[in-house]
Ligand binder design. Sequence first.
Ligand code: HEM
Length: 218
Amino acid sequence: MKTTLQRLPWIVASALALAIGLYALRFVQADASLLPPGLRANFQAHPIAFTAHTTAGALALLAAPLQLLSGLRSRRPRVHRWTGRLYFAACLIGGVAGLRIAFGTAYGPVAVAGFSGLALAWLATTTAGFMAAREGDYERHRAWMLRSVALTFAAVTIRLQLAGIVAFRLDFATGYAAASWLCWLPNLVLAEWWIRKRAAPRTAVPAAQPETTRPPAE
Ligand code: HEM
């Protein structure tokens, strides 16, 4: 049984995911005036891709915390499976549409590359996680889905970073281009560290017992 302290990272991350997910759902109205001014031209050039991206991205962000709950996985596997299918479909739609609008960003080639890299990594990790589940390899499934969720969480980290850029009065265009990379690369490194940390004790080979401590043969 986990303590509240052990659950704290999940609680904080889920609250942030819920807030940003609900914020993003309002763009389902496809109303350019709801967007920050710097993103309106991109929306007007690709309204369908933009709306598909924000809506599917929001659903992925809302589903992700549920998928991480080990209690739900073991007690309600059907719920985990169906929410997982919703998450997979949302990431595919959000990722393909995200790749399309990545080329429409007004913040230059560094941001185009950053968002495109994120979209491709999101599509690749989520697909790898889904395939692993279909093959019944749940250890691999878990690892790829953790990487995928870390990338989904880029929607949260970029907004925290943009808030920091505004709060510290940094140059917004430069900060935005930097954030298109910094919103996901550290998440991926953190997820990788966590996956390896969790895997280490399970794969460690127990040291051979010295001859003297072995129980006598029957
Ligand atoms: C992980 C892969 C993702 C990629 C590659 C991506 C890419 C993008 C791009 C390129 C833009 C337009 C930026 C511009 O015009 O400068 C954008 C905007 C947006 N994205 Fe994503 N995104 C991703 C994930 C998400 C998720 C999971 C959500 C869910 C909340 C989301 C919600 C939004 C929203 C609401 C906007 C509108 C801008 C804003 O209000 O800040 N995105 N995204």
